[in-house]
Design a binder for this molecule. Structure first.
Ligand code: AMP
Ligand code: MG
Length: 339
């Protein structure tokens, strides 16, 4: 039997109270949620996703007060960032409170907290308490940005309830930053729609001068991740966000012939017929490109007869606003061609 889709938040709350999982809409992607107080349900999140236990979950809160209960200390940097960016797509990593189940944090002494900018998600959290929620997809696959995507990921999860909040506005996962109090610096662990420039500006305006180190690029690239113990933060695997058909990044000008680019892509992955390699539709505006990225990847991969996809990396699609999009595409891609 398939999961149930509902718009009724009471049904979602009852499902969670009964110990079953709910896929929750947020402004980034849909999350697969369990109340943090329910260890069995949290374990079920890892099991359903087939997610390794070394990959910690982000805890979603209704506001700053919730977050403060989950961390050992709530420093000034956190106060400033939460005031500026919450509710919104910024996950803040801090030393965790002892009460937080280590299952959620993969045994780390830190926890990632975030307040989602989606009324349904926040209302649900207000009813049942903070929710541990990774993206609602099988591990390593493309994140879902609407209820149908969740259904496609877990077609047989009969006890799962999907809370229908429509299409996600943001479309890619949150920016993750770690506030390192001992070294008095901020580390960017995952790029997202909130950029390092915006974070630095918010801190500066509050009179806080902190070095901001970008650790997110260290493990980018299309090759397989073979040295997992060298990962600076869990979850920063090179291969992630995988579509169901191979994706090739082709460096090219906006005006280059699509047919020529698909031939390049075909040669790269050893495909015989380049007409079966389709171009991924990517909007020219980074905000819209992020919003539709995963839906486009799914749509292209599912098209009849399609063998692979390529996405064109043009000079126009660069700069800080595109960083998170290329971060996801590089991890989703099997290969990169072109100069
Ligand atoms: P998602 O798969 O979108 O739920 O993202 C969860 C990601 O957030 C993880 O894979 C990590 O990259 C990051 N994260 C969560 N908790 C922590 C933590 N305590 N320390 C560092 N990164 C974390
Ligand atoms: Mg994920």
């Amino acid at each position: 039997m398939a999961p149930t889709i509902t718009r009724d938040i009471k049904v979602a709350a009852e499902t969670l109270r009964a110990g079953r999982l709910v896929a929750v809409p947020t402004e980034t992607v849909y999350g697969l949620a369990a109340p943090i107080a329910d260890a069995d349900a949290v374990r079920a999140v890892f099991e359903l996703k087939e997610r390794p236990l070394f990959d910690p979950l982000i805890v979603h809160v209704a506001g700053e007060d919730d977050a403060r209960n989950l961390v050992a200390t709530w420093p000034k940097e956190a106060r400033v960032l939460a005031a500026r960016f919450w509710p919104g797509p910024l996950s803040i990593v801090l030393e965790k409170a002892e009460s937080v189940d280590p299952l959620i944090t993969a045994g780390l002494d830190t926890i990632a907290v975030r307040c989602p900018d989606h009324t349904l998600a926040r209302d649900l959290i207000s009813i049942v308490g903070p929710l541990a929620a990774p993206s609602a997809n099988r591990f390593g696959q493309t994140s879902p940005t609407n209820p149908k995507h969740v259904l496609d990921e877990f077609p047989d999860a009969d006890s799962l309830v999907i809370l229908d909040g429509g299409e996600c506005e943001g479309g890619i996962e949150s920016t993750v930053v770690r506030i390192d109090q001992s070294n008095r610096c901020i580390e960017l662990l995952r790029p997202g729609l909130i950029t390092p420039g915006e974070i630095a500006e918010a801190l500066r305006e509050a009179g806080i001068e902190r070095d901001l180190f970008d650790l997110s690029g260290e493990f980018s690239g299309a090759s397989n991740n073979s040295e997992e113990d060298a990962i600076p933060a869990p979850g920063m695997l090179r291969r992630h966000y995988q579509p169901r058909r191979p994706l090739v990044i082709v460096r090219a000008d906006a005006g280059a012939e699509a047919a020529h680019l698909s031939q390049q892509a075909a040669a790269m992955i050893g495909a015989g017929d380049s007409s079966l390699i389709v171009e991924l539709d990517l909007d020219g505006s980074p905000l819209l490109a992020a919003r539709t990225l995963y839906a486009s990847m799914r749509e292209a991969a599912e098209r009849e007869g399609v063998e692979a996809m390529f996405v064109r990396r043009t000079p126009e699609r660069s700069g800080e606003a595109w960083t998170a999009i290329w971060n996801r595409l590089e991890r989703a891609a099997s290969a990169v061609v072109g100069s």
